[in-house]
Design a protein around this ligand. Structure first.
Ligand code: NOJ
Ligand code: CA
Length: 714
């Protein structure tokens, strides 16, 4: 009895005064949480005994209520732990380990007339910390309006940071690399007059935010399971190196309308002294809920080609006629005069179907097939597209039959012109139309300012919209590739038919803007891709846009070989072969890599990595004894090393190396490449010469007796 009461006393005392400590399963991380003398909830984080985050505060600002930031008391603490494995429907690896120690702290704040409670749930993994807030049902918080979340990430120094400006509507920026103290979002690279208007503060940046400390620690901050809540942006204190969360606002200037019980997304801090470990982390996926779909056999990782690049380079158009201000419900489309450039015509689509069928490419995307494109851009109109009415030169039934006869799947395109309310109203009809005509994947798009007016791409309303579309699509067994949506947060674990998203600056920018500098693709895996796959649309072979129009100076800022490497370095279960078929027909030897490369994987090895500089990744094709390696570099030439010790023992493989030619250079001579095959085994280490802005792609397949006779060893 005495022992019990001493224990109880100790428990109550310790819970309220002493810090709660926790280590990660392998002890590499330690963490503490406490309520300080001012009643503020603070946590810190250490990696190999080095501080990553100093005492960082937690809290919220709630409309018409006192701030929920101080006056806290710990009323309960609970520990838990998990060590389990699970298998994703598709992914970079076959099996994922979910291993963490957990601390859940119930905090109570009492003011004169209000008692409120939140639970902060911390999970410490061997790759970092995740935590979320829970608001249980309570009198003080039933329905409430959140004005902002004030989660701090109090860093230890002026770290090197890879950042894009905070913007509630777009992530299509070039990355800047500066110290934290040097962040100026309104003066970022290529931030032009239009972009400046949507950059919300000069110290605002987006997540995933990638940093590197002076002593070589890599830190990545993002979020997991963004549901019914706005996307998290970050304010940077450029003097004290503290980051504070900031939620994308809604049309009425608050952040979120919430109802208890509710849980926020997880805040994630992934840390390692090896850059490769950041890319290998599965923490964000582990913090998402398992899928509830009982049948996932209809979700198909795939490669596709499409009526698409022609529009971006200007040789074809989405629109059928050259008329402005045509209203969808007032026009007899059959009477319009065609402009002669419409890409989505039946004959052209058949060419793509033929090309796909001949080369074992599963899908064909067709953009500009439906009426509305004469007047879709920048007009902020409610009803631009109906998603069911084809242009007169696009024969839906004939193409359905033709594609089926060739064993190819057409991929639907739903550009919403950001009129999300219009899309929601028409969604069932649009999906029924798809199913009736043989489509089971859709690329959605949200170009422009959001309708409902005043909402933002990253706000709670739109976050709910994207998830609604994905769930509704699942009812129809349709997979979704969302463009201009909020960036991903690992929700593809829960909704595996959310098969990819753009939500970053894609390859298309190279066709019609200053483009993406050579380092871009070495940064994206550490930033945007931390949350999930990106539809980057790689595979551009015709690098210079002057090919299409001598006046154009735009170009892809890579060599051709680097475009091949992106199929491995830029993970996605949905990969476009984005160039025009004729540009592949004229270089079928290089196109062979795109034909061969897998899109779903048993295993992934990050062989070399440095954000902003280089990346070498090897992946094993799902269910096959085949590996693919991609190596890329920034504007500096380099030798990549790929030790093939992951290959099966006692076996010879054929390594086919698609490399930059000796005189290759992304700017001066981007399209010269060499293809060579050698016999290799697990003792081989490949040395791959990458040109400035270059890359190399390698396929590794078991050697046949004929290969063993004909090929030289590496
Ligand atoms: C932007 C998308 O990223 C691009 O792929 C698409 O072609 C256009 N919007 C038109 O929807
Ligand atoms: Ca885009």
């Amino acid at each position: 009895m005495k022992i019990l009461s001493v224990f109880l006393l100790f428990y109550i005392f310790s819970a309220s005064v002493f810090a709660q400590n926790m280590s990660s399963p392998n002890g590499i991380f330690s963490f503490s949480f406490k309520v300080n003398d001012s009643g503020e909830a603070v946590y810190d984080l250490f990696y190999k005994s080095k501080p990553v985050l100093k005492a960082s505060k937690l809290g919220f600002i709630i409309k018409d209520q006192p701030d929920l930031k101080s006056g806290f008391k710990i009323v309960e603490t609970k520990n838990d732990a998990k060590n389990e494995t699970w298998n994703p429907v598709w992914g970079e690896v076959k099996t994922i380990r979910n291993n963490y120690n957990e601390l859940a702290v119930t905090l109570e704040q009492k003011t004169d007339n209000l008692t409120r409670k939140i639970i902060v749930r911390f999970r410490l993994f061997d790759d970092g910390l995740g935590f979320c807030y829970e608001f249980p049902v309570q009198d003080g918080l039933k329905y409430f309006t959140l004005l902002d979340e004030k989660t701090e990430f109090n860093l230890t120094g002026d770290h090197k940071t890879f950042w894009i400006p905070g913007d509630y509507d777009s992530q299509e920026y070039v990355y800047n690399t500066t110290k934290l103290s040097g962040i100026n979002a309104t003066k970022g690279k290529y931030v032009n007059e239009i972009a400046v208007k949507s950059v919300f503060a000069d110290n605002g940046v987006q997540t995933p935010l990638m940093m590197k400390t002076a002593d070589g620690l890599y830190i990545n901050i993002h979020e997991a399971a963004l549901l019914n809540y706005p996307a998290m942006h970050i304010f940077v204190d450029r003097q004290n190196f503290s980051l504070t969360s900031h939620l994308a606002p809604n049309a009425v200037g608050s952040a979120a309308f919430l109802q208890t019980p509710m849980q926020t997304p997880w805040r994630t801090i992934i840390v390692s002294d090896k850059a490769a470990d950041i890319l290998a982390s599965k923490m964000i996926l582990n913090l998402n809920e398992p899928t509830k779909y009982t049948d996932t056999s209809w979700i198909k990782p795939q490669k596709f080609v499409g009526v698409w690049w022609g529009m971006h380079v200007g040789t074809e158009s989405w629109n059928y006629a050259d008329v402005n201000n045509v209203k969808i419900d007032e026009t007899d489309w059959k009477s319009l005069k065609p402009n002669g450039k419409h890409g989505a015509n039946t004959a052209n689509v058949k060419k793509y179907i033929d090309f796909a069928a001949k080369n074992g490419i599963q899908g064909v995307l067709v953009e500009g097939w439906n009426v509305g494109w004469e007047d879709w851009f920048g007009n902020w109109k409610e009803n631009v597209f109906d998603f069911i009415t084809p242009y007169p030169d696009f024969d839906v039934k004939e193409l359905q039959n033709y594609a089926a006869s060739k064993g190819v799947k057409l991929i639907m395109h739903h550009e919403t012109s950001a009129s999300a309310s219009n899309y929601e109203r028409r969604l069932d009809e649009a999906f029924r139309f798809m199913k009736a005509n043989g489509y089971d994947a859709v690329k959605t798009g949200y170009v422009g300012r959001i309708i409902p007016r005043g909402e933002n791409h990253d706000g709670q309303w739109m976050v709910n919209h994207y998830v609604h579309v994905v769930k509704k699509a699942a009812e129809y067994k349709i997979s979704v590739d969302s463009h201009e949506s909020v960036r991903l947060t690992g929700l593809h674990r829960t909704y595996p038919n959310w098969i990819a998203a753009e939500a970053a600056r894609g390859n298309e920018f190279n066709a019609w803007s200053e483009g993406n500098p050579p380092e871009h693709e070495t940064i994206l895996p550490f930033t945007r891709l931390m949350g999930g796959p990106m539809d980057y649309t790689p595979g551009i072979f015709e690098i210079k846009m002057s090919k299409y129009d001598p006046k154009k100076t735009n170009q892809v800022h890579t060599t051709l070989a680097k475009q091949l490497a992106l199929y491995v370095t830029m993970y996605s279960p949905l990969q476009m072969a984005a160039d025009l078929p004729e540009n592949y027909e004229s270089r079928l030897d290089a196109f062979q890599f795109i034909k061969d490369v897998a899109v779903d994987w048993d295993d992934t090895k990050i062989l070399e990595a440095e954000p902003g500089d280089f990346l070498t990744i090897a992946r094993k094709a799902k269910g096959k004894n085949e590996w693919f390696v991609g190596a890329i570099t920034d504007e500096n030439a380099r030798t990549a090393t790929a030790s093939l010790d992951f290959l099966a023992p006692n076996m010879q493989y054929v390594a086919t190396i698609y490399a930059d030619a000796k005189n290759a250079d992304w700017e001066k001579n981007p399209m010269v490449y060499e293809i060579k095959s050698y016999l290799v085994d697990r003792k081989t280490a490949l040395k791959l010469q990458l040109a400035n802005g270059g890359g190399a792609a390698v396929s590794l397949k078991p050697a046949t007796p004929a290969d063993q006779k004909n090929l030289k060893s590496y």
